[in-house]
Design a binder for this molecule. Structure first.
Ligand code: NDP
Length: 318
């Protein structure tokens, strides 16, 4: 079976490519710069890559860039999208590649009758910013959709980019009879395959190396291997449909510190998180749909342990 993965060099996508090769798929993988070894070497070294991994150059903002890649595929995983919180031009750096890029990929898919399903990597940030208040008895589920106008007003640019992209994707898929599934992960942690840092793992590094204070926030965490696995379940399970929230654990920052203390007593961590704001409420995220896909979540302790060990192994952390 032939599938396409867009943005294959990324953190989540690299795990997806690894698992797809393990499962015997032929993978057509897009990268922006195939000549950059930081983006390709770890992919080319994967088991099965020699025989079944094919790299293509493609850019989200180039019209028709994905036409020849998706041609002949049975499934397409659209993961490519910029993930940064600090930007100078949100429209050019985040919104255009997320929104126009998603439509660009879907337009290519609409031309190919062999494609049975498209799985897009959306995010919990396209779910949770609905404006509804959060409290311990509130359960966020797939019926929630973030409010784009609210994100824009609060200058939550990354959240806005993912919300607009998913909204537009559903509209396009419906109008063009594309069988589409959206995967909506929380903050993704777990080991890195690539030699560079992505935004979510970098945020863990900044906390444990002391360059940033632990903030007074509640995290929605999920393991990268679970996220990659869910993408494959979403394409292999014929009855998969709609959106899938993926959050293994909702946890306040102070609890993350406790877990890290237990796992790594020698790390020089603070005793508690910043308490300059009122306590941020904990809430719940439904696991029902994710479980119905057949997904079992990795325990948070394992994900955090493997993240820190990976950061050490790759010399990001002493
Ligand atoms: P990475 O930063 O590791 O990967 C992002 C990928 O997008 C890279 O491969 C990058 O390509 C590609 N990309 C960005 N802009 C363009 C462009 N203009 N044209 C082509 N490709 C482009 O991020 P993650 O693996 O963390 O994220 C992957 C996906 O998962 C994104 O859609 C993100 O929004 C989503 N997500 C991530 C979460 C997380 O916590 N990590 C949580 C929820 C969702 P290049 O390598 O060339 O820069």
């Amino acid at each position: 079976k032939v599938v396409c993965v867009t943005g294959a060099s990324g953190y989540i996508a690299s795990w997806l490519v690894k698992l797809l090769l393990q499962r015997g798929y032929r993978v057509k993988a897009t990268v922006r710069d195939p000549s950059d070894p930081n983006k390709t070497e770890h992919l080319l070294a994967l088991d099965g890559a020699k025989e079944r991994l094919h790299l293509f150059k493609a850019d989200l903002l180039e019209e028709g860039s994905f036409d020849s890649v998706v041609d002949g595929c049975e499934g397409v995983f659209h993961t490519a999208s910029p993930f940064y919180h600090i930007v100078t031009d949100p429209q050019a750096e985040l919104i255009d590649p997320a929104l126009k890029g998603t439509l660009n990929v879907l337009r290519s898919c609409a031309k190919v009758p062999s494609i049975k399903r498209v799985v897009i990597t959306s995010s919990m940030v396209a779910v949770a910013y609905s404006g509804k208040p959060l409290a311990p008895d509130v359960i966020i589920d797939e019926t929630w959709f973030s409010d784009a106008a609210g994100c824009e007003k609060s200058k939550l640019w990354y959240m806005l980019s993912k919300t607009l992209a998913e909204e537009a994707a559903w509209k396009f898929a419906k109008e063009n009879a594309i069988d589409m599934v959206a995967i909506n992960p929380g903050l993704v942690i777990g080991p890195l395959l690539q030699p560079t840092l992505n935004t979510s793992v970098e945020s863990v590094l900044k906390l444990v190396n002391g360059s940033e204070r632990f903030p007074n926030v509640t995290y929605r965490l999920v393991d990268v291997r679970d996220v990659a696995g869910a993408h494959i379940l979403a394409i292999e399970n014929p009855s998969a449909s709609g959106r899938y929230c993926l959050v293994g654990r909702v946890i306040h920052c102070s609890e993350v510190i406790k877990v890290l203390h237990q796992l790594f007593p020698h790390l020089n961590l603070p005793e508690k998180c910043a308490d300059d704001k009122p306590f941020v409420p904990i809430y719940q995220v439904s696991k029902e749909r994710a479980k119905s896909l057949g997904l079992n979540f990795t325990p948070l302790e394992v994900s955090l342990k493997d993240t820190i060990e990976s950061l050490k192994e790759k010399n990001f952390l002493g």
